[in-house]
Ligand binder design. Structure first.
Ligand code: NAD
Ligand code: UGA
Length: 438
């Protein structure tokens, strides 16, 4: 039986290994992590990660060919294929701070692999790690071949292909050299993020001119060269990947002396920051230039629907912006706990991936934030509502009931264009939707 061990039981390692276990009954999959609470959660009924369908997949495989452990060394030494999916946060200090990846966790994993391996291993890199460092570290620490060109390398490529071939058609498995692989990953996310920044930039122009960004997206999406997907204007993109990958791309450009190219990609992030600020400014300016002491309901905190993941969520910027203006926030998200929200609001930029640097929230901020488990509770007596995540349930809320229980005038700021503007205006709400006529 082929044995796979994945180092890092996070958002990438956990679900990826669950799918491999499901699709490949002949492979034994061990997911290992230094975090005891994470592994305990993977072995419980309350998985540490929410994703539609994940629980079913884990329940089907756990204890059969999918195992989660804290004994990292043992399972690495026994494995034929090792996936590395440890966190590689953005550096907060030193050379490349704010851009380059901090490879502390990754290096310790690489060293451990080298220390405990007594047989040939195939190491599959899932963490976002610069190619040169990967190359140098592994060459220094081990005798493994890195490129696919050598006979051993070819065998390794084939072994990995054999895993994916259980459910991915052969023609869709692409092999490239290392630089192409790295840039393909970064470029894919950069292009997607750029698409959102482009449509968000258009949303500002739509508001200024009276156009409707949904109509513009619909119209341009009909051109098959552009296509209709990923053209939803929003309060801004979030998630652990887009910003981090673009920063990485910018860093690589700068290291290669390509200032103009670096600036081009930086602009995607600048427009995203602009969009988040624009949203907060709109809330404050619409509510008579002050939200001080007013209750604002924040609906949604996850960075997108169908996840409990809050990393780099635009909700953080929106909440911090409103708290800066002394608003009282009542936050509701169907999948995010109070602890997680408090933690996100207390962290500095880039600290989310560096769990050690956590700072407690200032007592004043704690008093300004309450987290509730129901949209009706969140909006009760509120002066305004900010919709930050596009959860399906927000589309079917009883807005008449919500309106009746709110302070007047009652404002809705829809950061995801999920509500029916006409209907809400008929009820009596003052509605602001991104990229739509006021
Ligand atoms: P995460 O923070 O959710 O999980 C990382 C886990 O690694 C944590 O649980 C941590 O405790 C564990 N860990 C850290 N050092 C360890 C060590 N030495 N030994 C064992 N466990 C260790 O992160 P994530 O979202 O799963 O992302 C992981 C990596 O994957 C990041 O580098 C991210 O940029 C990258 N990523 C890759 C892809 C891809 O498609 N290849 C997609 C998204 C993210
Ligand atoms: C992204 C990529 O889409 C995946 O292909 C990639 O594998 C993944 O990163 C990764 O590198 O791991 P993810 O960050 O999970 O996936 O989520 P997306 O669906 O891409 O959404 C990112 C952000 O853009 C979210 O905040 C989302 O709400 C926002 N978004 C998305 C918009 O504002 N408008 C859109 O039209 C689409």
């Amino acid at each position: 039986m082929v044995k796979i061990c994945c180092i890092g039981a996070g958002y990438v390692g956990g679900p990826t290994m669950a799918v491999i276990a499901l699709k490949c009954p002949s492979i034994e999959v061990a997911v290992v992590d230094i975090s005891v609470p994470r592994i305990t959660a993977w072995n419980s009924d309350q998985l540490p990660i929410y994703e539609p369908g994940l629980e079913e997949v884990v329940n089907q495989c756990r204890g059969k060919n999918l195992f989660q452990h804290t004994n990292v060394e043992k399972h690495v030494s026994e494995a034929d294929i090792i996936f590395v999916s440890v966190n590689t946060p953005t550096k907060t200090r030193g050379l490349g701070a704010g851009k380059a990846a901090d490879l502390t966790y990754w290096e310790s994993a690489a060293r451990m692999i080298a220390d405990v391996s007594r047989s040939n291993k195939i190491v599959v890199e899932k963490s976002t790690v610069p190619r040169e460092l990967l190359f140098r570290t592994f060459l220094t620490l081990t005798e493994f071949s890195l490129e696919g060109e050598t006979p051993d390398g070819q065998k390794a490529v084939q072994a990995l292909k054999d895993v994916y071939a259980h459910w991915v058609p052969e023609g869709r498995i692409i092999t490239t050299n290392l630089w192409s692989a790295e840039l393909s990953k970064l470029a894919a996310n950069a292009f997607l993020a750029q698409r959102i920044s482009s449509v968000n930039a258009m949303s500002a122009l739509c508001e200024a001119t009276g156009a409707d960004v949904s109509q513009v997206s619909h119209a341009i999406g009909k051109d098959t060269r552009i296509g209709p997907r990923f053209l939803n204007s929003s309060v801004g993109f979030g998630g652990s990947c887009f910003q981090k990958d673009i920063l990485n791309l910018v860093y690589i450009c700068e290291c290669n002396g390509l200032t103009e190219v670096a600036n081009y990609w930086k602009q995607v992030i600048k427009v995203n920051d602009y969009q988040k600020n624009r949203f907060v400014n709109r809330v404050v300016s619409s509510m008579f230039n002050t939200v001080s002491g007013k209750k604002i309901a924040v609906l949604g905190f996850a960075f997108k629907k169908d996840t409990g993941d809050t990393r780099e969520t635009p909700a953080i910027d929106v909440c911090k912006g409103l708290l800066g203006d002394k608003a009282r926030l009542s936050i509701y998200d169907p999948q995010v706990t109070e602890d997680q929200i408090q933690r996100e609001l207390s962290m500095n930029k880039y600290d989310w991936d560096h769990p050690i640097h956590l700072q407690p929230m200032s007592p004043a901020t704690v008093k300004q934030v309450s987290v509730v488990w129901d949209a009706y509770e969140a909006t009760k007596d509120a002066h305004g509502i900010c919709i930050v995540t596009e959860w399906e349930e927000f589309k079917t809320l009883d807005f008449q009931r919500i309106f009746d229980n709110m302070q007047k005038p009652a404002f809705v700021f829809d950061g995801r264009n999920v509500v029916n503007v006409k209907k809400l205006r008929e009820i009596g709400f003052i509605v602001y939707s991104i990229g739509k006529p006021l």
